[in-house]
Design a protein around this ligand. Structure first.
Ligand code: H2B
Length: 99
């Protein structure tokens, strides 16, 4: 898989302002907060199905109502279009939850 070039990555990320870029690693990350554990885990269950559909999987950490997410494409050794697609889907899913 081909990684995004730096300019394309920056352009794509301008539409994902909540995500922070680690350009050294070629990864983006975002921390989400939910009302409680059930909501956090509901989000994760929803995004687990999306991950299977996209064949793209997050690095994530959950404690109670918090989900920390890092996206990178292991096959590209950096950021790819799939990370952008996943981040967009996550932003959409998260918008449906109340904090
Ligand atoms: N997820 C992520 N984040 N990066 C990958 O390179 C990747 C993946 N590769 N999910 C997929 C699965 C690959 O291992 C399978 C075989 O398609």
């Amino acid at each position: 898989m081909t990684p995004l070039d730096a300019q394309t990555a920056r352009e794509q990320l301008s539409h994902l302002p909540a995500w922070a870029l680690d350009s050294e690693r070629g990864a983006i990350s975002r921390s989400l907060r939910f009302a409680n554990f059930a909501e956090a885990f509901g989000f994760m269950a929803q995004m687990a199905l999306v991950s299977e559909r996209l064949d793209h999987h997050p690095e994530w950490f959950n404690v109670y109502n918090r989900v920390d997410i890092t996206l990178t494409t292991h096959d590209a050794n950096g950021l790819s279009e799939r990370d952008i697609t996943w981040a967009r889907a996550a932003d959409g899913a998260y918008a449906a939850f109340t904090r």
